[in-house]
Structure formats: structure tokens, C-alpha cells
Design a binder for this molecule. Structure first.
Ligand code: HEC
Length: 284
């Protein structure tokens, strides 16, 4: 009987502690650090309480059997089990007797009743929160929320042009991109390529000839990585991909404008491959 009680006591304390800690960690993902802090705080308080308790126990000089030490544990176990002490067992012995096997009318241990009623209360709260007030997230709602979140993240990435690189870059000719491209060009590029792309230190950007190939992809690549050895810097760190796309597109619109003082052509004549031409005429 005693052995049993000890086991039950151990079991219930572990379960209580486990439940407590999972509850602490199960809350919102973003605040997990907060929760770790809370958990640490609780552990620390427990440790302080334990040390204080040890001080009390050690100051008890008459107690050679360690009764003071065990007292709260025994009290707690009693509270959880409410079992009848062995010396009083006669009082709860039932009258029947099967081949010498007799039955004790022990009361249901409170820890068990607490679990039982606890689950009922829990079920009611759960039902209200998840199915009546619709506050909690049942699986299907959780799924929807996650999809929504992923969509927002994707939209953000699209807006900032995170998916734009030299492979995916497109010629864009909507007014906003054009205005942006022009602004970037005048601010950063005109000093070397001329106000109208006619070429100064840098090559002419309006003719049919390109040192590194024409078309939006090649232009984007040169802007992104630069040609440091020849004095064309890499803009990757100063312009986000979307801005580089706008600048590339703006440069494409300069083609054939034939500005005055055009610098002599450099490089090879560029012939637009069929599918890029399509992109050029149709936009993206
Ligand atoms: C400091 C001067 C300088 C600035 C500023 C500059 N470039 Fe250049 N750029 C050059 C030079 C020089 C070259 C030629 C590189 C070579 O010979 O390989 C070049 C080449 C290029 C080319 C490739 C031309 C070809 O024929 O293949 C493009 C496109 C280009 N620049 C775009 C830009 C854009 C867009 C900006 C502004 C964001 C810019 N450049 C700013 C100097 C500059």
C-alpha cells in the first residue's frame, strides 16, 4: 500500500510538472523567449524555496529521522491520495470474503477525481473556445491562417523584388517602373553614360551594340555585378532587384533614340532572341 502511494505520488507530480511546462512552452511561437524566461523564473523560485526549506530542516536539531524534511511531502501525498492508514484499515474492510481475499472500501483518491473532473471542465472550455466562440484554431482554420500568412510573405517578397534575378528579370514598362528607372538612371548612371544614354566614360546605351550583350537579362546582369575592372561598379548592394529591373527596362527604352553626341559604338551588334523580343513588345 505504502509503496503504491509513493508511486502514485511520483506519477502525479511528474504529470503535473510536465503539464505545467508544456503549457508554458506551447504558447505563441513568437514569444518563446518570453516563455523560456518565465520557465527559468519558475525554476529559480522553486530552487529558492527548496533552499529555504533545507535551511529550516537543518535548523531543526531534534529531528534525527528527518521528519521535518519529509513532512510537506507526506502532507502533499496525503492530500492527493487520502488513503486510510494501515492501522485503521479495519474500519473500511468490507464484509465479504472470497477464499480469503477481502476488499477495502478505500475512497477514490483525490488525484484521480481531480483528473476526471479536470478533463470534463477542460472539455467544456475547449468546446466553447474552439467550436462556439471560434477563438481557437481547429486544424482547418490553422491551415487557412498559415496559407494566408505564406501569401502575405510571398506578396512582400514579390513587392521587394526578391524573386527577380538575372534569370527571371522582365522588361517592365508600366509608368511607375519607368519613372523609377529614369530617376535611378539620372541619379546614378548619367554621370558616366550621359543624360540620354549617349555615352561618356561608359558606353553608349542607345545603339545596337553591346559589350556584354543586350536585352534585359544581360543589362540587368551588368548592373547587378558590374564590370569592376572597367570602371562599371556593381549596384547589387545599393539597388534592390526591383530597382535594378526598372533601371534595366528604362535603358531598353533608350534604344534607337539616337541622342546627339552619341559615343561610337562598342561591342557586338545585339540581335534580340525571339522570346525576349516578345517580352519587349508585350511587357510582362
Ligand atoms: C563610374 C562610371 C559609371 C557609372 C556611374 C555607371 N556605369 Fe555603367 N558602365 C561604365 C563603364 C566604364 C562601362 C563599360 C564596361 C566595360 O567596358 O566592360 C559600363 C557598362 C555598362 C553597361 C553595359 C554596356 C554594354 O555595352 O554592354 C550597362 C548596361 C551599364 N553600364 C548600366 C549602368 C547603369 C544602369 C548605371 C547606373 C545604375 C551605370 N551603368 C553606372 C561606367 C559607369
Amino acid at each position: 500500500m505504502k509503496q503504491n502511494n509513493r508511486m502514485l505520488f511520483l506519477l502525479t507530480t511528474t504529470i503535473t510538472l510536465l503539464l505545467g511546462s508544456t503549457n508554458i512552452f506551447a504558447a505563441e511561437g513568437d514569444t518563446s523567449l518570453d516563455n523560456v524566461m518565465k520557465f527559468m523564473l519558475i525554476v529559480t523560485l522553486f530552487m529558492i524555496a527548496f533552499v529555504l526549506w533545507l535551511i529550516v530542516v537543518y535548523s531543526e536539531k531534534e529531528d534525527s529521522e528527518g521528519k521535518t524534511f519529509k513532512a510537506p511531502l507526506i502532507a502533499f501525498r496525503k492530500f492527493l491520495t487520502r488513503s486510510t492508514p494501515i492501522e485503521n484499515e479495519k474500519e473500511i474492510l468490507l464484509s465479504h470474503n472470497y477464499d480469503g481475499i477481502r476488499e477495502l472500501d478505500n475512497r477514490i483518491p483525490p488525484w484521480f477525481s481531480m483528473l476526471f473532473y479536470g478533463t470534463i471542465i477542460w472539455a467544456a472550455i475547449y468546446f466553447m473556445v474552439f467550436h462556439v466562440f471560434d477563438d481557437g484554431q481547429v486544424q482547418s482554420k490553422e491551415y487557412k491562417v498559415e496559407i494566408e500568412k505564406a501569401k502575405m510573405e510571398r506578396d512582400f517578397l514579390v513587392r521587394t523584388g526578391a524573386f527577380i534575378n538575372e534569370e527571371t528579370v522582365k522588361f517592365v514598362d508600366d509608368a511607375a517602373s519607368m519613372a523609377e528607372g529614369k530617376e535611378i538612371y539620372l541619379k546614378n548612371c548619367a554621370t558616366c553614360h550621359g543624360q540620354n544614354g549617349e555615352g561618356l566614360v561608359g558606353p553608349n546605351l542607345t545603339d545596337d551594340f553591346w559589350i556584354h550583350g543586350g536585352g534585359v537579362k544581360n543589362i540587368f546582369k551588368v548592373i547587378k555585378y558590374g564590370v569592376p575592372a572597367k570602371g562599371m561598379i556593381s549596384w547589387e548592394t545599393q539597388l534592390d532587384p526591383k530597382k535594378m529591373q526598372s533601371a534595366s527596362s528604362y535603358i531598353i527604352t533608350l534604344h534607337g533614340t539616337n541622342p546627339p553626341n552619341g559615343k561610337t559604338a562598342e561591342g557586338e551588334k545585339w540581335i534580340e532572341p525571339a522570346d525576349d523580343k516578345q517580352a519587349l513588345t508585350k511587357g510582362s
